[in-house]
Design a protein around this ligand. Structure first.
Ligand SMILES: Nc1nc2c(ncn2[C@@H]2O[C@H](COP(=O)(O)OP(=O)(O)OP(=O)(O)O)[C@@H](O)[C@H]2O)c(=O)[nH]1
Ligand SMILES: [Mg+2]
Length: 484
């Protein structure tokens, strides 16, 4: 048999069990056609996984078995050389009408692919399934069975496991709709045990997958650092020569300022989405997610960022450490409040829950007219909110399995829940918060060397966070990983 140097696994099973969904999730390829109509996949199609332009592994989607019992009869009667059973089946039956789908689905096995058999653990095992499993046993190819339960309410997985034990070397639960990076690595690790011949190649695949993930997290941390830098330093200026109303012009410029920041944030999120290969199916957020809200909306400011107490503590610590007095002009509040909390000026308007995030300066010009400047931002809470939104977005992206194509009905209205902070930053350890404080302060100043140092520290802190176990949701306001 001519074994391909790249490990290949054919994903087989009954129609509509989720084979294509499993392939899509495993290969992080959302171009795989998935449909509720049984018999959607009619032809085998291989989905290679490339890392650094090198093909590492290949999963082949196949049509479902159509006549498993009839095929089993043929397999049982076969008396030729054992290692040629699949090739002989195809040779003998390819020009008949009876076994068209079977000839197609066996083709990757005939060329040496390993087998991943997919079964829906939420339905009982039937006679056809037993026939399919027995056929696969008779191929004598390395094989693993996975349970992909489509319905969480019904569970026949113990019955399936019982059947699987008779026919497969390895059994795993793998849900095409919920599996994330960790589950993909776990599945590949199990595949190592399927055949000794593939162990070394699969070790390489796993190492490459891990490195690639770390690289993506590194790039994401860089994108988020750039987002924070841009949003904290950006300002926009307009010179008005005529007699236009100052208030109207101010409002217009403030809107432009917000639009620019929103556009930059959106672009950053899209780059993150692309890094994690969500190219075709555009991830949308569940209706209750705080991320469906605008960056400047009241809900966003209520649910994300730090609490008032945390902001005061952070500002006090930062002020104490660096002796910095953070611009209070932008805060839009009475200085008295800050005097009362010991000069911790940094918390800005966030303490008052205000979203007046940027200073608007109007300067009269000697030649007539005036100049309006909006920004840069001087509100520390704004940084934490941007950070929270980016982290929540990331969490949604990495927990959204590529094989999943839509949302289940969700009854609960999460946004009406109590007003607790629901992002990640509020739960961040103090050492991390200090890094962001330092960064915030440096962005207000002009020392480029210190700014670069602050950026580097922020980058590292975000990377460590992304490398850690990312919860499926950032809290009840996000719930990205809700199961049907
Ligand atoms: N809830 C849920 N639905 C799933 C899961 N896996 C697959 N489905 C759904 O089941 C249906 C069939 O999925 P496919 O992946 O197209 O199944 P298939 O085995 O490739 O089907 P054929 O190509 O027709 O043989 C689709 O509507 C999927 O969205 C799962 O883990 N959970
Ligand atoms: Mg299919």
């Amino acid at each position: 048999m001519n074994r391909n140097p790249v490990p290949e696994f054919a994903v087989l099973g009954h129609p509509n069990e989720g084979k294509s969904s499993v392939v899509s999730t495993l290969t992080e390829d959302d171009s795989v056609i998935i449909s509720p109509t049984p018999g959607e996949t009619r032809k085998c199609r291989s989905f290679p996984v490339f890392i650094d332009e090198k093909e590492m592994i290949r999963f082949t989607d196949t049509p479902g078995f159509q006549v498993p019992q009839k095929s089993l009869e043929w397999f049982r009667k076969y008396t030729g050389p054992a290692n040629e059973i699949v090739q002989r089946f195809i040779l003998e039956n390819k020009n008949t009408n009876d076994f068209q789908d079977e000839c197609e689905l066996f083709s990757p096995i005939a060329r040496g692919a390993g087998i991943i058999y997919v079964a829906d653990g939420s339905r009982p095992v039937r006679r056809d399934d037993r026939a399919e499993m027995e056929i696969l046993r008779l191929t004598a190819r390395p094989r693993m069975a996975i349970i992909n339960s489509k319905d969480k309410q019904a569970d026949y997985s113990e019955d399936w496991k019982h059947e699987f034990r008779k026919n497969f070397n390895i059994i795993r639960v793998f849900n095409a709709h919920n599996a994330a990076y960790t589950e993909r690595i776990a599945l590949l690790t199990s595949l190592r045990g399927i055949d000794q011949e593939w162990e070394a190649a699969l070790d390489d695949v796993i190492a490459a997958f891990r490195m690639d993930w770390s690289r993506r997290n590194h790039l994401t941390a860089g994108l988020i650092t750039d987002l924070l830098t841009t949003c904290l330093t950006f300002s926009t200026t307009l010179t008005i020569s005529g007699r236009a109303s100052e208030d109207e012009e101010k409002e217009r410029l403030q809107n432009t300022y917000k639009k620019e920041l929103l556009a930059f944030e959106k672009k950053t999120h899209e780059k993150i989405r692309k890094l994690f290969k969500h190219n075709v199916f555009h991830i949308e957020f569940p209706p209750h997610s705080v991320l469906t809200e605008d960056l400047f909306s009241e809900k966003t400011w209520q649910l994300l960022g730090l609490t008032k107490g945390e902001l005061v503590a952070a500002a006090a610590a930062a002020g104490g450490a660096a002796g910095a007095i953070i611009d209070v002009a932008a805060a839009g509040h009475s200085l008295g409040l800050f005097a009362a909390i010991g000069g911790a000026f940094g918390a800005g308007s966030a303490l008052l829950g205000s979203r007046k995030i940027a200073r608007t300066k109007v300067i009269g010009l000697s030649i007539g007219g005036y100049q309006i400047t909006v920004g840069p931002n001087r509100n520390m809470q704004f940084m934490y909110i941007l950070l929270d939104r980016a982290l929540l977005y990331y969490s949604q992206v990495v927990n959204w399995a590529h094989g999943r194509r839509g949302y289940p009905e969700i009854q609960r209205d999460m946004l009406n829940m109590k007003n607790e902070k629901q992002g990640f930053t509020s739960r961040m350890p103090n050492e991390s918060k200090q890094v962001f404080q330092f960064f915030f302060q440096e962005m207000q100043k002009k020392d480029l060397i210190r700014q670069e140092l602050a950026r580097k520290k922020v980058h590292e802190t975000i990377k460590v966070f992304l490398d850690g176990p990312i919860p499926r949701s950032g809290g009840p306001g996000h719930q990205s990983g809700i199961d049907p």
